[in-house]
Design a protein around this ligand. Structure first.
Ligand code: SAM
Length: 205
């Protein structure tokens, strides 16, 4: 869960806080990365525990997946990990925060993840179809904006696609899960640990 204060404006398009880059480790059973972070980006002090839970417990994309998406990529822990794990897929790393996108590009290059495509939301092709979407979503943008964002990406899922979200219960995971299940979407709680919920949701029928 994000710390209040330092990263409360992590979703600014152009953060104004002076740069203070640092390197943080991301250690997973299959992968060890050193990621550059900066002020004005989410979890600049270290990879968020929810993000780590997602990377440990989320199901892999369907076999043969060619298009994966990390919605709200930040400095790229999810996108870079997906890209290293699924080298045949293209991984779209989408964010509004230009400082975060620049870091994600650098982190992908440093990790040799040549299959990461960074993009602002408006740069994503209208006809992009996602085999899987993974996200630690920007809860702090507010419920209405968050629902619009998730609706948009649920509408881009392939018929067998899944969106996997990690959300802390203190940030409204349970009400978000109820909303996701509305309108007949298949929704499932995959993991619940240390207050974090890992939620899987299928496309809008
Ligand atoms: C909770 S952070 C997660 C960052 C990163 N995935 C991680 O796990 O460290 C959510 C991210 O969503 C981004 N964001 C906010 N609004 C967005 C939007 N409309 N489209 C895409 N990303 C957005 C924020 O800038 C922020 O980087």
């Amino acid at each position: 869960m994000s710390e209040p204060g330092e990263d409360q404006h992590y979703f600014s398009v152009r953060p104004t806080s002076p740069s203070a880059e640092r390197q943080v480790p991301l250690v997973l059973p299959d992968l060890r990365l050193a990621l550059v972070t900066d002020r004005g980006t989410f979890a600049a002090g270290g990879v968020d525990p929810g993000t780590k839970l997602l990377l440990l417990d989320a199901p892999p994309p369907p076999a043969g997946a060619t298009t994966l998406v990390d919605v709200g990529t930040g400095y790229g822990p999810i996108a870079v990990t997906l890209a290293r794990r699924h080298t045949a897929a293209e991984v779209w790393a989408v964010d509004v925060n230009e400082r975060a996108l620049a870091l994600c590009r650098r982190n992908a290059a440093a990790a040799g993840a040549t299959n990461v495509v960074t993009a602002r939301p408006e740069e994503v092709p209208e006809d992009l179809v996602a085999d899987a979407v993974y996200s630690n979503p920007p809860i702090r943008i507010g419920k209405r904006a968050l629902h619009q964002l998730l609706d948009r990406w649920l509408g881009r899922l392939a018929p067998q696609g899944r969106m996997i979200l990690v959300v802390h219960r203190h940030l409204g995971a349970d009400s978000l899960q109820r909303w996701l299940g509305g309108g007949g979407r298949p929704v499932e709680r995959l993991t619940s640990r240390a207050g974090y919920r890992l939620i899987s949701v299928g496309p809008t029928p």
